[in-house]
Design a protein around this ligand. Structure first.
Ligand code: 5RP
Length: 235
């Protein structure tokens, strides 16, 4: 189990990555605001820059991020789109060397992917424990599914040779902000993320997957040696 000291160390690495990321935000930008414990530090740091005079508008990827943005005086655009998002900044559960991601540990993957897709630039902020050679075990792949017929959807997903576990919270089935369920897929090694995403997306009932393939422009990693920045090739 992770010790308290290790956890405090990881928090510091998340904060370092988050504070670096807000340096990419320019006056007048529309900014996609990610969700999670790392993105939280980014919203706080952005709020500090707003207090110092930066003029931006935010598009939050969850109610939690919207509430945090309000608290830190970041003005928000409404949820209807179409926004011209200059930069979206978000966390991730895993990052591979090609900057493909697993996201959705916090359950906000649907809004996160919509915002990432609408952004000219996606910046991912992580502590170095999130970097892996290949996506997959021990991190499950979250897939958001319609509640109607979810067991049929799960059966079709399992025909791909993976195990699908319905996410629960407090003894109840977990529901996303959009009112859907999440299936956490247990997969050893995701060697073809784009192929898997395509196979999942054609299954009726699948609303969105937590695979973010070819979307990251910049990766910012908090490490004990300092912040490391990796820019995606050809993006
Ligand atoms: C939420 C997400 C988060 O970005 C991901 O779970 C990482 O969260 P944290 O920064 O707390 O580790 O995808 O849906």
């Amino acid at each position: 189990m992770e010790s308290k000291v290790e956890k405090q160390g990881l928090e510091e690495l998340k904060r370092m990555a988050a504070e670096e990321s807000v340096k990419f935000v320019r006056d007048g930008d529309v900014v996609g605001l990610g969700t999670g414990s790392t993105a939280k530090y980014m919203v706080i740091a952005l709020g500090e820059r707003v207090r110092q005079g930066l003029s931006i508008k935010g598009v939050p990827t969850s109610q939690e991020s919207a509430d945090l943005a309000h608290k830190h005086c970041i003005p928000l655009l409404n949820n209807d789109g179409a926004w011209a998002i200059d930069v979206a900044i978000d966390g991730a559960d895993q990052v591979d060397p090609q900057l493909n991601l697993i996201k959705g540990g916090g359950g906000a993957l649907l809004r996160e992917k919509i915002v990432a897709a609408a952004a000219r630039q996606l910046i991912i902020i992580v502590d170095e424990s999130k970097r892996v050679p290949v996506l997959g075990h021990p991190m499950p792949l979250p897939v958001e599914v319609a509640t109607f017929g979810w067991k049929s959807t799960a059966c079709q997903i399992e025909q791909l040779g993976v195990k699908a576990v319905i996410r629960e919270h407090g003894g109840q089935r977990y529901k996303t902000e959009a009112g859907n369920y999440i299936l956490d897929l247990q997969i050893d090694r995701i060697t073809d993320p784009a192929g898997l995403e395509a196979r999942l997306n054609v299954i009726p009932g699948v609303v969105e997957t937590g695979l973010f393939v070819g979307r990251t422009h910049v990766l910012i990693v908090g490490t004990p040696r300092g912040v490391e920045i990796q820019t995606a090739a050809n993006r």
